[in-house]
Write a protein that binds this ligand. Sequence first.
Ligand code: NAI
Length: 338
Amino acid sequence: QPPNPQMGESSVLRRADCRAKGGAPGFKVAILGAAGGIGQPLAMLMKMNPLVSVLHLYDVVNSPGVTADLSHMDTGAVVRGFLGQPQLESALTGMDLVIIPAGVPRKPGMTRDDLFNINAGIVKTLCEGVAKCCPNAIVNLISNPVNSTVPIATEVFKKAGTYDPKRLLGVTTLDVVRANTFVAEVLGLDPREVNVPVVGGHSGVTILPLLSQVKPPCSFTPEETEYLTNRIQNGGTEVVEAKAGAGSATLSMAYAAVKFADACLRGLKGDAGIVECAFVASQVTELPFFATKVRLGRTGAEEVYQLGPLNEYERVGLEKAKKELAGSIQKGIAFIKK
Ligand code: NAI
């Protein structure tokens, strides 16, 4: 608590009000699961983002502490904390962007699918809140298994009558971030110069890096292709094993989540040519959801790009990915319909 909480809040309101009047491009962002391994560094990075004017931090534990800590940072965003279900609606009201990393992470030996039973219920509850309090917000869904939680969120929004496929994005940016890093290592390049499209989904063989479409243009031997594809698909497991029971990727994920959230905010602001990969409602394949490059604009994912030309290795990978994805999508839909 600040020494005089009321004074703290009124000066906070003055700042937020001032920004709004000055026409500064400030967006209101909520993080649900903000006290977690991903949530905390994600909250810190969003507090540093000049496009954010108000940052709401919601969790079922520890959000007051994280909020007090971050509120001392001398950056523009006003930060407010919300604790527990009774405060969910206040956390969400008026938000432009809602980022959801709430839920349990993997331990060694677990697949992302093993998280389904716990995280499906958490995502359902949080999305019901979004539908009620900020139905026009863009949602960045991080909670695993993303291949199933995005279909769950879709069904919740459809039930509430608020579904807009452009506004619901499953975050797969960490797969792209890893792909850029590992490919740069093999090519001896700076990872910032490398761009690898990663399509499909966010789990095992559904993570399909398109190494034939890497920028800058390059080629790989069959051994390099095999090594890179395996490493990108199993990057998450590499971290889970190294952390030995203490969770999954949190710091690189927070970095990836902010990269993606920042792209969404720049799109909302009206910047042109913002393209990122994401797991969205899609007609690119016969499946109802698929990750591909999307163009982000004022209303969310305004354009979903086709896969582009694939080589034989990628065509085989695509068939495997689609087979597994179909089951995960169905599982998500069935969870709400049952
Ligand atoms: P964590 O356990 O450190 O943090 C999760 C937070 O969610 C905790 O603070 C917890 O109190 C909170 N939480 C639990 N139930 C909640 C509820 N009903 N409402 C609000 N908050 C709630 O886990 P971590 O490492 O931050 O991972 C979070 C999720 O992100 C996991 O599902 C994990 O699998 C997923 N993940 C996704 C990635 C992706 O690329 N999309 C990459 C890495 C992790």
